[in-house]
Design a protein around this ligand. Structure first.
Ligand code: G6P
Length: 611
């Protein structure tokens, strides 16, 4: 949520920052801005995309070796030119870009106003930059000290980068709950909200921790705590290639990521499962395996699509390993005073590893003494660092705001965990274990076959692109897929859609069914097949339009439904991995046909670092 880029070194800062902002645009895209320190600092900012910022800046003197940039997802104040970052302090001594929320900003603003400060924006960031300036002028301290002292007065979350015209040889970066990564080059440093703007320049990075402050000149980086204790920076090697963050010829990142799923799922289980081995190997869980195997209860937390993967995880773990599982929205869990026991295992699922509510729920669970495991995609992000142990999904960077390959990778990890626990707890036999692993190996090839039907899915999308409501129904493992299918459609095409357990249809949604509303029924040949056939009959009896996701060769539903999306058969426990794919493609095509910005849907952001 909001993207920050900073540069200091021997190169021109402008192109590096603009390129970086384009890479981070998936984090927020309602306004953008840049400030370059030359002799005098300049600021260009406007509502709209990074492209609009480039047009605005064009023709001006854009030279300078130090600069900061920002792409915004508005929290305080509407997305207009004035509220766009960077923000400058009233007397012009400091310029800042900020990601996060300063929760006590109203109180601080009042105090600063009482001392003569005037504000021209509605943002919390302007309050922060003025607080830094006030401390700097009043205390006659260095820029660095002013930043550190100001941050001791601040409640809330920030990823912050500050420059000062008075000390034009340095950048000051600080983090609390909102991520910042620093790339180390040859006499140059790159700062960004995540590694994507950095990877083309260097693979050596430092991840800032909460309460860290970095003081960066072109040939030196000093790391401290806010309280001025010196820290030794830990340098990590980025395992990310530039090709992974390009569209590679696809029209949109979302389409590329849907088509990547055969490979991303393979990457998720590569080296971890093998039909010849008698156990799944999840190295990240090695030290916690005894606790996991003997767990009395598992609580899965997550938001959005990750929460949907969590429900699939609940079904998998209860089915194959017979451990009771509860699934909670992280935002509810953290505030509703949940009962937690010391022997509970909490599993936090997150693509970005930065979702604010999930992070807060993890902290709560840790305080209660529970062991917390993470299932995350972004290596080095906050959640893997905050949890006791975990498993990376290895799906590769996901840039499209609507999550696709991250979901199937999360479900793949949960499948491996459930199979492993089932085996270790003697719930599944060696034969069942081998059969499941063999079937997991078949999944990428089966998804490849589904992707081969893309043109057919596109044809069906054309017929329903103007519908105003969709209902998605599924049972068992396909219930969370119904939720996920509906979410995908809402997110990117702005069509109202609801996901429901098919049997619950009779308790409300059936009243909505008429000859205009498409009902997507996820009905592969599994243990609820007969029941869902009855549900389809109930819909048809009310003249509803049925688009059914069916197993290849199913002539019964084919004869009843208006359209079918065929998928290969698989073991019921892996149904979600296949059935979700046609739904992702359906949403994608409908959104493109409606002229929506698929990769950057309105009001959404990829990484939700505010609660
Ligand atoms: C946002 C994204 C969703 C994502 C959710 C949770 O809403 O747009 O795609 O599912 O956050 O994010 P996480 O990174 O924790 O999986």
């Amino acid at each position: 949520m909001c993207g920050i880029v900073g540069y200091i070194g021997h190169q021109q800062a402008y192109p590096i920052i603009i390129n970086g902002l384009k890479r981070l645009e998936y984090r927020g895209y309602d306004s953008a801005g840049i400030s370059l320190l030359n002799r005098e600092p300049n600021i260009f900012k406007c509502s709209g995309k990074v492209k609009d910022l480039e047009n605005l800046a064009h023709g001006n003197d854009l030279s300078g070796n130090i600069g900061i940039g920002h792409t915004r997802w508005a929290t305080h104040g509407e997305p207009n030119d004035i509220n766009a970052h960077p923000h400058i302090s009233m007397n012009g001594h400091f310029i800042a870009v900020h990601n996060g929320i300063i929760e006590n900003y109203a109180r601080l603003k009042k105090r600063l106003s009482d001392r003569g400060y005037k504000f021209s924006t509605e943002t919390d960031t302007e309050v922060l930059v003025n607080l830094i300036e006030y401390i700097y002028l009043k205390g006659k301290v260095t820029a660095e000290m002013a930043v550190r002292l100001a941050l001791t007065k601040v409640e809330g979350a920030y990823g912050l980068v500050v420059i000062s015209a008075d000390e034009p040889d340095r950048l000051i970066a600080a983090r609390n709950s909102s991520p910042l990564v620093i790339g180390i080059g040859e006499r140059e440093y790159f700062i960004a909200s995540d590694a994507t703007p950095i990877v083309e320049y260097t693979k050596s990075v430092i991840y800032l921790n909460d309460d860290d402050v970095a003081i960066i000149s072109s040939n030196e980086l000093t790391l401290k705590t806010i309280g001025n204790d010196k820290l030794e920076p830990k340098i990590h090697k980025l395992n990310l290639e530039i090709g992974e963050i390009d569209k590679n010829g696809y029209e949109h990142f979302m389409l590329k990521e849907i088509f990547e799923q055969p490979r991303s799922i393979l990457d998720t289980f590569r080296g971890r499962v093998n039909p010849k081995l008698d156990e799944v190997h999840l190295g990240g869980l090695y030290n916690v395996m005894d606790s996991l195997v003997n767990a009395k209860r598992i609580i899965i937390i997550g938001c959005g699509t990750s929460w949907h993967a969590g429900i699939v995880g609940e079904y998998l773990i209860e089915d194959l390993a017979r451990i009771p599982v509860e699934v909670e929205y992280a935002s509810e869990f953290r505030y509703r005073n949940p009962v937690l026991y010391k022997d509970d295992i909490v599993i936090a699922i997150s693509q970005s590893g930065e979702t604010a509510d999930t992070l807060a729920a993890i902290k709560l669970a840790k305080q209660a003494g529970a062991m917390v495991l993470g299932i995350c995609n972004v290596v080095g992000s906050s959640i893997p660092r905050e949890t006791h142990a975990g498993v990376y999904t290895h799906a590769g960077p996901e840039i499209g705001v609507a999550s696709t390959k991250a979901f199937t990778a999360q479900v793949t990890v949960l499948s491996m965990m459930a199979i492993l626990l089932g085996k270790k707890r003697n719930i599944i036999t060696s034969e069942q274990y081998t059969a499941l692993i063999k079937e997991l190996y078949e999944i990428p090839g089966k998804i490849e076959r589904i992707l081969g039907l893309n043109d057919e899915f596109k044809r069906i999308s054309e017929l329903y692109k103007d519908s105003t409501n969709f209902l998605y129904l599924g049972r068992g493992y396909c219930f969370p897929v119904a939720l996920e299918g509906a979410l995908k459609l809402k997110e990117i095409s702005y069509i109202h859609a609801e996901g429901y357990p098919a049997a619950e249809m009779k308790h409300g949604p059936i009243a909505l069914i008429d000859e205009k509303m498409p009902v997507i029924v996820i009905s592969p040949k599994d243990n609820s097949y007969d029941k869902i056939v009855s549900n389809i009959q109930e819909i048809k009896a009310r003249k509803g339009i049925v688009i059914a996701v069916i197993s290849e060769g199913d002539t019964v539903i084919k004869a009843m439904a208006d359209h079918v999306l065929e998928i290969p058969e698989t073991d019921v426990v892996f149904s979600a991995l296949l059935t979700v794919v046609p739904l992702q493609l359906l949403s994608y095509h409908i959104a493109v046909m409606r002229g929506c910005n698929v990769d950057q849907p309105r009001n959404l952001a990829k990484s939700v670092t505010v609660e």
